[in-house]
Design a binder for this molecule. Sequence first.
Ligand code: GDP
Ligand code: CA
Length: 309
Amino acid sequence: MRIVALAGGIGGARFLRGVQAAAPDAELTVVVNTGDDITLYGLRICPDLDTVMYTLGGAIDEQRGWGRQDETFVARGELEAYDAPAAWFGLGDRDLATHLVRRQMLDAGFPLSQVTAALCVRWQPGAALLPMSDDRVETHVRVRTDSGERVLHFQEWWVRHRAALPATAIVAVGAESSAPAPGVLEAIAAADVVLLPPSNPVVSIGTILQVPGIAAALAARPVVGVSPIVGGAPVRGMADACLTAIGVETSAEAVGRNYGPDLLDAWLVDTADAGATVPGVRVRAVPLLMSDLAATTAMARAALELAGA
Ligand code: GDP
Ligand code: CA
């Protein structure tokens, strides 16, 4: 079986562990959001690619959900001591090595997709990880502040301000002129099923869908989505702030309807949202909390079953 999944960071990566456990013999290709990427200190930071790579490679810090286990933050403390302007972003010491290798390969002219493949030789994630695009796409957020409106990079809004500044627009800058990375459309065309993990529907999945060609390719495949919203709230993080910015209610039903029947064949919601309906889409309710690998595997199994139903 060939499975393609789109993914953001933590929610996507955790769900993918369940997919690998539920379908150990499947060939899994993951198309990862790169709209969160940002250049700091000259380093190209790819939070979602690294979260998926470290999680599937067994190197993630389970508590934090991002970065390396057994991490230290000596360099970050030094940056704070310099009052460096980007010290709000947590780059661990072990993680720095990943970024130095990526910088060196990008400087040598390799596209991000090839850099990612090279990093994965070490981590062996058991899946092909493809950035959604080799082109630069960066999500920016327009916010209201006391002194008027201002536009900032998604990471600054999300990490530095914890999404507390009300967002009035979210724009994936560069998306409309980007192209899918090599292999993305081919993998989708060959997929028996495409899964949308419970990743952020706006700034993770929504950004991937804005890369020209990807949504059209998905329309021709069986697509099953998994809701990141349970009982009217994100399970983790501030996805509600993103949904509000695009005028979508924070509910499993509204997110399913926003994806809509052109994209989705089936939509998995939590048992707490069992009454949800999406016209033109099969909806099924099962427990959607990824509390451990067994629960996550059961979720993935339900998604794969729903694809065949
Ligand atoms: P990010 O890039 O690190 O923000 O990660 P993603 O975009 O891949 O996933 C974030 C989403 O995962 C959030 O909106 C959460 O609601 C969702 N999420 C996290 N844990 C769970 C869980 O146990 N169950 C479900 N259904 N969603 C979850
Ligand atoms: Ca992300």
